[in-house]
Ligand binder design. Structure first.
Ligand SMILES: [Cu+2]
Length: 182
């Protein structure tokens, strides 16, 4: 029996999509990390908005993720926005009452936009909360045409099956457990 190359490709994509939805949405390169550690969040963007190139990625920093700092990105303008902390804390003898709440990358030109057929990374770093549990980053992906609002969070637990636009999940592990991996 003969299958065309295109048919095989479609079949492979369907299998991939079923087994690892991770490859189709915006996800983190490292999906778990120890509580209280410094964490490099690499957001992987695998497609645009129904074929349209990505022109912007805006990440909402979840409560408990401290001191977010974006990595610059060639061809893109990066900006941050501060927000008031629900729970102020002390650092280096100073009271900290606000922190980075929003990190945004915008393509500086039409040429810099991320084509739907390409893959790219958007990176920031920060400190994880001291207590374990799921941490959700809501991400707004804007495109030349349309946008994807990755903000769906399950009512309980951390399974994203069935969510159309799941927020980006990081599993914060108990510090001791995670150390076994090193
Ligand atoms: Cu997807």
């Amino acid at each position: 029996m003969h299958f065309s190359f295109a048919t095989k490709l479609i079949a492979a994509c369907a299998i991939l999509a079923g087994a690892t939805p991770a490859f189709s949405h915006i996800v983190l390169e490292t999906t778990s990390a120890p509580a209280g550690s410094s964490y490099k969040a690499v957001f992987l963007v695998g497609h645009g908005c129904q074929g349209s190139p990505t022109t912007g990625v805006t990440v909402q920093i979840p409560a408990g993720f401290l001191g977010a700092k974006p990595y610059p990105k060639a061809g893109w303008t990066v900006s941050t926005q501060l927000g008031k902390l629900a729970k102020p804390y002390d650092s280096h003898g100073k009271r900290v009452t606000e922190d980075v709440a929003l990190v945004s990358w915008k393509a500086a030109s039409r040429e810099a936009a991320l084509p739907d057929a390409f893959f790219d990374e958007f990176v920031l770093r920060g400190k994880l909360p001291a207590s374990p549990g799921p941490l959700w980053f809501k991400v707004l992906q804007t495109c030349e045409n349309g946008s994807n609002d990755w903000s769906d969070i399950p009512a309980s637990g951390s399974a994203t099956q069935g969510l159309k636009f799941p927020a980006v999940l990081l599993e914060v592990k108990p510090a001791e457990t995670a150390q076994h991996h090193h």
